[in-house]
Design a protein around this ligand. Sequence first.
Ligand code: SF4
Ligand code: SF4
Length: 283
Amino acid sequence: MWISVASGKGGTGKTTVAVSLALSNKNTIYVDADVEEPNGFLFIKPVIKEEFSYTELIPLIHQNKCTFCGKCADACVYKAIAILKPVKKAIFFPELCHSCGLCSFVCPVEDAIEEVPKEKGRIRKGEKNGQLFIEGILNVGEASGTPLIRGMKKYIPHDKDVIIDSSPGTSCPVVESVGDTDFVLLVTEPTPFGLNDLKLAIEMVREMKLSFGIIVNKHEEGNNLIRDYAREEKITVLGEIPFSREIAEAYSKGIPVVDVLPDGKKFFVNIMEKIRKGVNASG
Ligand code: SF4
Ligand code: SF4
């Protein structure tokens, strides 16, 4: 079973929840797909056993063969190619390229575009007390983490439960992180901003037809903002983590919530069981 942990906005405690879910349940792999700012390693503190470069193909336009017809630039939705016809020049912007290969596909001139490898980022694999860990680190200047996340997925073993820690928001890298997962756990906080961003995240997962549930972080008794919304929308709230100074201090020291929440392990085992039952029932 693959579970992605996402949130409509940053700062909701998504990573500490994802790490805690992985640490509490045996035979899981924690995958940090928040490739622009991976920080799961601060909590897991893994011993890195393997690190390698992840490359994808980008176009190299040979100006001596190019006829400057402009078909490649017209095809590129990311505007990564500009053809200056009057001065017969092709300009490529590698930061904007998403390595889709369409430009070389549409180019009518043989060998005018060569596809060459470019490093998008690095992938690290490690372990701590039997807990497997994979993270992607996007190279500075890359326009999108999507290709690296797509690449990371190829290195995830399929014989264990997988917890994918997505980046926050609802952009393309998040869609790539949560896509293909069996369940999306949306972490939110009970504030008007939290609710607003949760609604955007729910819109995304509903559009993708994914199973999902909510976990409320920083819950305070008497604040029913998320509970009321979830009830109206018939969405399951899988758990609530109380607002606590102790949890916040532990977070700042790299201690995941599972280690400070009373009965923390039981709490996250329970969440996993609820998810498993829901996935099995819908599958
Ligand atoms: S499609 Fe090919 S020939 Fe046309 S401008 Fe692009 S690289 Fe040059
Ligand atoms: S590979 Fe795709 S994104 Fe990159 S320049 Fe070509 S068409 Fe544009």
